[in-house]
Design a protein around this ligand. Sequence first.
Ligand SMILES: [Zn+2]
Length: 328
Amino acid sequence: MSYSQKSINKAKEKMNARRASAFSVADYRKSKLYSEYPKLEEIEKELNNIGVSTAKAVLSGKNVLEQLSKLRDKSVDLQKKYDIILNSNGYPKDYLEPHFVCEKCKDTGYYETNNKTLMCDCLKKMIISCECEELNEISPLKLSTFDSFKLSYYSDQPDAQGRVPINRMSKIFNYCREYADKFSLDSKSLLMCGATGLGKTHLSLAIANEVIQRGFSVVYVSAPDILSQLSKEQFYHQPNIDKDTFKMLLDCDLLILDDLGTEFISPYSVAAVYNIFNSRLLKSKPTIINTNYNLSELETTYSQRFMSRIMGSCDRLDFIGSDIRTKL
Ligand SMILES: [Zn+2]
C-alpha cells in the first residue's frame, strides 16, 4: 500500500505534536512537583553534577576507577532518596517520565528491531486516518449522532402493507446502535434500502461517528461524487499521481457508500461499484451501502453477480415511512 506524501507529512506532524505534548506534560508535572518538594530539584542538580564529574574523570585519561565507583555509589544513593520522596507522597516511580500514547515507538512513529528501523503501526494508522480525512473532503462527512435521531417522526399507523413505521424504525435504530457499539473488521456489511428522507444517511453517519471515536478509519462517500472522482483518475490521468482514491476506498476499516443508484450509470460505474464492494469483501472489510433502489432495481442496474455478493454478505435494513425531512 502506498500512501500519499501529503498524508504522510500530515501524520508525522500529528505524531510530533503528540510526542511534544507528552514531554510538555512531563515538564509541567515536574515544575509543579519541584515547587512543592524543593528537595527533589536539589537531588536532580546533584545528580547532574555527578554526571559532569564522571565525564571529566573519564576524559582525564588517569586511572580513576576508585573515583568512578564512589561517584556511582553516590548517584545510586541519590536516586533512591529521590524515589523515596516520590513514593512517600503517593507518586509512582515513573510519574515524571513522559507518557507516550504508543510506548512501542515512544510516539516517534518508528522503532528498531534487529538493527532495522520500521514504521510503527500507530503511524500507519494515523496516515490512513489522514488519507480518510482527505477522501472525506470529496463528500464532507458531517457526523450525526444517535441522540439526534427522532423516532417520533415516524408514524405509528400501519401502512398499506400493514407495517407500522415507528416499530420497524425502532428495530433498525437499535440494530444500528448495536452495530456501532460492537463494530470490528468482522462486522457484516449492511444494505440500507428505502426511499429518500427516511434516515439512512443519518443512521449511517451516526454509526461512522461512533466507529471513528473507537479508533477505526471511516470513509463516507456519496456514489455520484466518488464515481466521478474515480472516472477522472481513470480516464483523464489527473496530474495528482500521488493520490490513489481506489486504494483508500479499499483500505479504510469502514466504507459508507451513500446514494447508490443516483450516480451516472455507465459500464464503468457498474464495474467500479462491484469492484469496490467485492475487493473489500475479499479483504474482510465491512461496507455500508445506502440506496433508494429496491432489490430488483439493484439487480437490473448492477447485475445478478453483484446482487448475489450483496445478499450473501449483507444484513439488509428496509427503511419505511414517509419523508422525515418535511418534519424537521
Ligand atoms: Zn507507535
